[in-house]
Design a protein around this ligand. Sequence first.
Ligand code: HEM
Length: 347
Amino acid sequence: MTSTRPPASGAHPETATRPVLHGHTARLPWPFPDDLDAFRYSVNVEPARVPRRTAAGEWGAHIVDLGGEEYGAIMADRRRILDADPCRVRIMPGMLPACWDLLLYYLRDLAASYPHVLELDEDGDRFHWRNHALGTDQRFVLGDAGSLPCDPMTFLGREIPDDLLLVKERDGALSFDAGLVTFAAAWSVSFDVGMTMAEIHNPVPRLTHEGITSRAEQFLRRLPADQVYRRVNWTFSASGSRRLDVSLEELPDWGTDIPALVRDRDWGRLQLRIEVEHFVRLPMTGAVTFNIRTHMTSLEQVRRVPAWRDQLARVVLELPEDLAAYKGFLDYREPAMAWLLAGEGAA
Ligand code: HEM
């Protein structure tokens, strides 16, 4: 496949013919390598903090992508959900030290990545965190629950757009033992917390049968403390709007969105949902993160980038039926992709 990558910066003849893209599209973590025509599940992990060029821009320089101009809106949504539904945070007994570990690792990383917006001052076990974009100004003592307005996982979750998941070895198995999840793709943190990797992934077609679940477990067990990895996953959203929260908890609110979109053949509104997942072995407790940042873009936007348009249609139409059914688009993929490939103005 021919790539139409833009230059990193500066003028280039290519830019003259390139469509004008929103900042959001330029930063989108396109989930497929340039030469990919057929998608199958795999342990598709790669080192993190490495910028990746796409046909529309670049992503991936930092562990946390604050989200540009969307940051305030995403965080308002996250905080509203957390205030309304405390069950979106689930911390199993014994996991509080790992939550402090998570908080400190991320605040240090954020301050290093965005020094003009985020600051962390340290004095022994005393810390001073300032987030100039959201107006947070908080002093705390590491490990002292009374020094924060909430538990450390919730404090972090109210500062960054990522869903936070922690995995620990328990009784010989890797278990999902703490999570703050407001933007789940049709699953529920309350239902899944406490489960092993094997239990969580059993319903996913091919994953366990083809040995991918056990290879993923091996990868997590061997993850070194000094290297951070990431993985990109994709699907179509279960909602036809740019709504991030399609957790099972909210099913009555979004459950009729896709049937309505299919009925109206409103394919341009269909949302490609992309998850960037980061794996970090936390230095003090050895717990491993599986933090998920969700991005969405409509087919309308995808259609503006010819390389993306063509690749998405190829991958979606080629996907075996069991995977397309699990991802939820078996019934409508053909008309949706026909719309994507048709020219401007097609119905
Ligand atoms: C390298 C490691 C991993 C790989 C390769 C992997 C792979 C997958 C795949 C292929 C799916 C199906 C998603 C789709 O098609 O859209 C999935 C779903 C999921 N995974 Fe993982 N996973 C990994 C690690 C983890 C970890 C560490 C956790 C938990 C802490 C986790 C939690 C989940 C959950 C909650 C779902 C949704 C299940 C559902 O639909 O009910 N995964 N994973």
